[in-house]
Design a protein around this ligand. Structure first.
Ligand code: XMP
Length: 319
């Protein structure tokens, strides 16, 4: 596609011009956006780039290994794997307000990036895969007054606090354009087709207080749900799908015993750019089978609900 080929050349020239012979750290989440940003920047400045993947303890089941493995096997990028789960989880303990959680996570990301910068002998720039919708949604909401719906952790505020300038080569693009650019750059389809995963991770899928127990339950349930979606051949039709664990226990019965465990909500939406979304119309058979699998195999969940809220009025994530 000539448009993306032209965009690629233009973006590479702009990165070279901005960065000069400075050093860049790229925050890598394993998602499409940051992967495409990293590959593009690497093409522009080569080994002036160091990527950092922060494990904040809020990743999905086996995600750290998968992401680090994918990068090692497919992309020849210098990558630091920062395991900071203790730092994040200890600071989040006892917090249940959504914006407070997001702010704590945003602040800790900055700390980790600064630490990484020191480890590599200093860095002048922090690169992120910020997209156009991230920029808009952090400032205003279409049609309404200018209010913050959610503080996206990867937007705004960072440079002043950090002494690093931001490099955001995807800031003008929508998701479908980033995917196209990724193909243009030769990224494997399994990167390109991944559902989006938010920077704050499972924290915003665990409304109320975050505990290690709830995170563990959530990981197990989410893995089964995504497996179901893949088995039924629905992964690519869906923009994003995940489980949220609810901050409430409900009564159930199993065998001839009483259970008192968490309820969870399945979420799946279709969307073009994440700005608006419709809930995915699963068949009742699919929902029933998935609920049964989760309840039978995840200790700690005895009730499964399906979230049929579209965006607006809902948002995709629960926080
Ligand atoms: P919402 O929940 O606002 O989500 O409808 C829209 C899209 O953005 C993702 N999202 C985030 N991504 N940092 C990110 O990198 C964030 O803080 C963040 N919050 C939401 C969400 O997963 C969905 O794809």
């Amino acid at each position: 596609d000539w448009t993306m080929a032209a965009y690629r050349e233009q973006a590479i020239a702009a990165i070279r011009k901005q960065v000069g012979d400075g050093k860049v750290i790229c925050a890598l989440s394993g998602g499409v956006d940051s992967s495409v940003a990293a590959v593009l920047i690497h093409e522009a400045i080569g080994d002036q780039l160091t990527c950092v993947f922060v494990d904040h303890g809020l990743l999905r089941k086996d995600e750290a290994d998968e992401v680090v493995g994918m990068f090692r096997d497919h992309l020849n990028l210098p990558l630091i794997h920062a395991n900071e789960s203790e730092l994040f989880l200890s600071q989040l303990e006892g917090q249940s307000d959504p914006e407070t959680k997001r702010k704590i996570i945003g602040r800790l990301f900055i700390e980790v990036f600064e630490k990484t910068a020191r480890e590599i002998g200093g860095a002048d720039f922090l690169a992120q895969g910020t997209l156009y919708p991230d920029v808009i949604e952090s400032v205003s909401f279409s049609g309404g007054p200018s209010v913050t719906i959610k503080s996206h952790h990867n937007v705004g505020g960072l440079p002043e606090k950090m002494g690093m300038k931001l490099v955001e080569p995807l800031r003008e693009l929508f998701k479908d354009e980033v995917r196209e650019l990724g193909r243009e750059l030769g990224l494997p389809e399994k990167f390109i087709g991944r559902h989006p995963f938010p920077g704050p991770g499972l924290a915003i899928r665990c409304p109320g207080e975050i505990t290690r127990e709830k995170l563990e339950i959530l990981r197990e349930a989410d893995a089964i749900y995504i497996d179901q979606i893949r088995k039924h051949g629905l992964y690519d039709e869906i923009w994003q799908a995940f489980v949220a664990i609810l901050p409430v226990r409900t009564v159930g019965v199993m065998g001839d015993g009483r259970t008192y465990d968490y309820a969870c909500a399945l979420r799946a939406v279709t969307s073009v750019d994440g700005m608006t979304a419709d809930y995915y119309p699963f068949s009742h058979e699919f929902l029933g089978e998935t609920a049964t699998r989760i309840i039978n195999s995840v200790r700690g969940i005895n009730r499964v609900t399906y979230d049929i809220t579209s965006k607006p009025p809902g948002t995709i994530e629960w926080e």
